[in-house]
Write a protein that binds this ligand. Structure first.
Ligand code: 13P
Length: 248
């Protein structure tokens, strides 16, 4: 079952309208011949300007979060409909930084995922274990819980993307080895198979995220269950294009 590779950048709270446009202008010719799908998940306030900047290129724009309500008294929040109005295609949900600093739980991840799917946005649902959890052999337990609770009520799992981001590998320069990432992502696919059937699980794109860069991308992308990457630091420079062109 061939799954089209997908490389997505997560700018986190970085860039401005000016520096973002400049980077996109540099990236556009570099990613022109890419065979994979490409997205940049940018800060919400930059979405209108970056959507304009990527016009005529392969790059699609994603958001980094979405509120679960359709509308209402939720000061500071942004709805799926608002994102859609600006041509947003993807939305990162449940990133470990949101779980760590903003009280995100599997339950809120679940509500956001359902809201995104209801509005035809493609959720990039992030899951991953901490170093402490890995050290005491809780990785599979944690991932199982995140998948079971986070995806509760999701009918068509092929409409979303999973990003496996081991928390200990994010922004640390410490990447999971190719083997560790493959083994864990294979486990995730197996679990999805139990939840949704093997045929559907084989259609789901599962990305690796955590210190993925221009040097280690080839080895990670060569793994049979790894369909792409969610790139933090390296998506803030033209290295991102090198990752997008990992097969060249
Ligand atoms: P880094 O690539 O900077 O480690 O970040 C990974 C990440 O959190 C992407 O969402």
């Amino acid at each position: 079952m061939a799954r089209k590779p997908f490389i997505a950048g997560n700018w986190k709270m970085n860039m401005t309208a000016a520096s973002g446009k400049q980077l996109i202008d540099e990236l556009k010719p570099l990613v022109k011949g890419a065979k994979c799908d490409v997205a940049l998940c940018v800060p919400a306030i930059l979405i209108p300007a970056m959507t304009k900047a990527v016009k005529g290129s392969k790059i699609k724009i994603g958001a980094q979060n979405v509120h679960f309500a359709e509308s209402g008294a939720y000061t500071g929040e942004i709805s799926a409909e608002m994102l859609k109005e600006y041509g947003v295609k993807y939305v990162i949900i449940g990133h470990s930084e949101r779980r760590q600093y903003f009280g995100e739980t599997d339950e809120t991840v679940n509500k956001r995922t359902l809201a995104a799917l209801n509005n035809e946005l493609t959720p990039i649902v992030c899951i991953g274990e901490t170093l402490d959890e890995r050290q005491v052999d809780l990785t599979e337990h944690v991932l199982t819980k995140q998948l079971e609770k986070g995806l509760e009520g999701v009918e068509d799992v092929t409409k979303l993307v999973i990003a496996y981001e081991p928390v200990w590998a994010i922004g640390t320069g410490k990447t999971a080895t190719d083997g560790q990432a493959q083994e864990t992502i294979k486990f995730i696919r197996k679990k999805l198979g139990k939840m949704y059937g093997v045929k559907n699980a084989n259609k789901v794109k599962i990305l690796y995220g955590g210190s993925m860069n221009a040097k280690n991308c080839k080895g990670l992308m060569a793994q049979p269950d790894i369909d792409g990457g969610l790139i933090g630091g390296a998506s803030l420079k033209t290295d991102f294009a090198t990752i997008v062109n990992y097969d060249k």
